[in-house]
Design a protein around this ligand. Structure first.
Ligand SMILES: [Mn+2]
Length: 353
């Protein structure tokens, strides 16, 4: 049987392109920007990209992000892997001439760069659907078939003949693992190869402690409330969790609700500080979760995601509690209508009797 090889020709070409671009532009200072409310894939790929820029091109790098890191796992990742991340506002961007946008693209509403001139962006590396604005960057490498941006960065390291440090290998492996749900959600062969390559370079005990960190007690209170407030409309589970104290509960509840026998879609909404958080999950390929959520949120907020999962937020600082409640009901009603389930009878997931 012919052994299949990991084909990194595209990454070799890209690294050649990056090398000549960096020579020409002579940039020695980079801001590597993650998407807002960064997930492990954007954190890992930014960390890996800064590693290769520093090691091979002697470029100074800062890694920045907008929004907040809240999931206990993500905090543990940054902490245990000593990832030098800086929380930034859009004003901070003016200190940098050159920005590399990693696991994100301009004009998507999910990163700080959107409010600035796109010309500041020199590099875009991502695996979400291609945006026109990205093609204006001097260097762009967008591969929507890939399960994780961390896979692209792992290929760059190989193309550069650069062995990642244990911390970088841990991060990239965790980035791939979370973005592909342990290689069980939209991934390609490259993700398997990268996972395979990084595994022996990583530290399983550290990764284990990142994956199952201690959770605050509030988390369990939010979980109980969310489950009690879930309604099932035939094959759609909807939850309005109300005010939550841990924002990570919203995507996690959406994940749980999708596991209900017979459920194909789950939508979870909750209020966290002055934001309405929304997570959508789907077992169906069409319509895409990311497009459904974009339609739901409209121009009032921002959203992003993939075919099977999407997350979004709507700022609510100007809304009264009544308006907040009305907004969440409207979102759920609109979602059910979109799926033609608006006439389906509802039943609670759990009964408190
Ligand atoms: Mn990603």
């Amino acid at each position: 049987m012919r052994q299949q090889r990991w084909d990194i020709a595209q990454s070799q070409d890209k690294i050649a392109e990056l090398t000549s671009m960096l020579k020409k532009s002579n940039q020695k200072d980079f801001l590597i920007l993650c998407h807002n409310n960064p997930d492990p894939d954007t954190i890992a790929s930014a960390f890996g990209f800064s590693y290769l820029l520093q090691k091979r091109f002697h470029v100074r790098c800062s890694i920045g992000y907008g929004g907040v890191i809240t999931r206990a796992e993500n905090k543990a990742m940054v902490d245990r892997l000593r990832i030098p991340l800086t929380r930034m506002t859009y004003q901070d961007l003016s200190h940098y001439h050159t920005v590399a946008l990693i696991d994100a693209q301009p004009m998507t509403g999910n990163n700080l760069i959107d409010f600035r001139a796109v010309s500041q962006i020199l590099v875009v590396v991502d695996h979400h659907p291609v945006r026109k604005a990205s093609l204006k960057a001097s260097f762009h490498d967008i591969r929507p078939k890939y399960g994780a941006t961390s896979t692209i960065v792992a290929e760059y390291l190989i193309a550069l003949d650069l062995i990642p440090s244990r911390l970088v290998a841990n991060a990239l492996l965790y980035g791939i693992k979370t973005d592909t749900d342990s290689l069980m959600r939209s991934c390609c062969k490259a993700d398997y190869y990268a996972f395979n390559y990084l595994s022996p370079l990583s530290n399983p005990r550290v990764l284990g402690s990142i994956e199952k960190p201690p959770l605050p007690m509030d988390y369990f209170r939010d979980l109980e409330r969310g489950l009690a407030d879930t309604l099932i409309f035939r094959d759609v589970a909807c939850c309005f969790a109300g005010k939550v104290r841990t924002d990570s509960i919203i995507p996690e509840l959406a994940d749980w609700l999708l596991r209900i026998d017979g459920v194909i879609y789950s939508l979870c909404i909750g209020e966290y500080e002055d934001m309405m958080l929304i997570s959508l999950r789907s077992k169906s390929h069409m319509p895409r979760a990311v497009l459904m959520l974009k339609r739901l949120v409209g121009k009032t907020g921002s959203s992003g995601g993939h075919r099977e999962m999407a997350g979004g937020q709507i700022p609510m600082s100007k809304l009264s509690q009544e308006q907040k409640n009305a907004l969440s009901s409207k979102l759920i009603a609109r979602f059910l209508k979109m799926l033609k389930r608006d006439n389906a009878p509802s039943r609670p997931l759990v009964r408190n009797d």
